[in-house]
Design a protein. Sequence first.
Length: 483
Amino acid sequence: MRAVWLLLLTTVLFAVPGAASAASGGPKAADIRMKKAYRFEQAGWTYVHLEGSPQDIGYQHGYLLSAEIADALAAIKLFDTHQTQLDWEFFRTTAKVVLWPHIDSEYQKELEGIASGARAKGVAVDVYDIVALNAFEEVPDYYVPWLNKQNKSTKNPNLKAPGNCSAFIATGSMTKDHQIVIAHNNWTSYLAGERWVIIFDIQPEHGNRILMDGFPGVITSDDDFGINSAGIMVTETTITQFEGWDPNGKPEFMRSRKALQYAGSIDDYVRIIKEGNNGGYANDWLIGDRRTNEIAYLELGLKNTPLWRTKDGYFVSSNFPRDPKLISEETSGFDPNDASSSPNARHARWEELMKDYKGKIDVRVAERFLGDHADSFEKTASEKPRPNERSLCGHVDNSPRGIKEWDWLPYNPGGSVQGKATDSDMAERMTFIARAGHPCGEDFLAYEFLEQHPEFAWQKPLLRDMRSGPWTIFKSGQKKSGD
């Protein structure tokens, strides 16, 4: 493994795209680029408006979120190097050699702009740090396991693609007003999740306007909840235990951003997200079109990409692959019959809720779903069941089992870290509702957790409290908190 990436390191030139042009831009150039951009804080979130050319959008992003990018980059470096036992230079080299050549020019310019804007505020980064940050989901969990297999490496950690998030989309007779309702809570490590609190309002030079949640320095939502001005509503959950990578494919973080920016229909979204599919960050995509009231479920493997659609029904998702062929050919033994596993237990709970709330589902009901603590395997029926890895609102830090399918240890500090929901009417107004922290409203307190679980002390330098804020409405074009 070390020999492979050292060879890559010594066979490429380390010129950083955009460094010279960024250095030549003085204060006046920066002022012009920043004229239409702004940020504000509300309810635990940072709202950022970005507007203009790819270079301008990137520069605004890097400049306005420079402190958050430096902090997020430190957290991702700590987590990814610990999990893979590879140093950050490996990730930078992968960004340059494996990913950069397959990124469309529009998004190369935006990534260069992010690095340039952050540097203008004193953050020591270059574009390959930013690309590696954008790929923090797909490189350690998809590319590295694939590379280990290519090298027949036995000395590396047993890395598995995780299965993060709980989500649903419903329409027709399932919902209160017979239009689309979509909702999602992001499951990840608390180390990353407590930083996953950006609301991006992006008005690009070309394509659709976007409103999405996101991570500092990343050009896509990455937990993938977003709406666009053409009426598309999307989210996803990760396919548990997925295996596969195409080194000639396009990075997932770029394809997902491009699809949300340019799709005007479900067919558009499917086509764009599949174009150049590299297998990285393989997800089950929930897609809605508010103009037609149709919803779809795309299971995006590398070799298998089945699509289901309906104008009257629902799709639920909690990291369980549903296509038998994909399970057999592209997972490392996912067992759909293990009712005790987190993905399957949450799947069962989703089905219970869809049955119980048929014809009643709206955004307020969706909020309750995202904060649900029931354990369908142990059939917890008390008023306040203790949340764990099987509840839709995940609290794996409470679980003595952890999640074996993802190699999450007992009491792993991870789970649901925020929630979002919207419906067709809200999406038409480019609006959604979001809650920072656990969607149930409970807080995670880092000091108390680390006192009880010193096995996670390696996270102590950067793990912090994750406090839940209120459900809060955000809209495209919002100027300040409370607008």
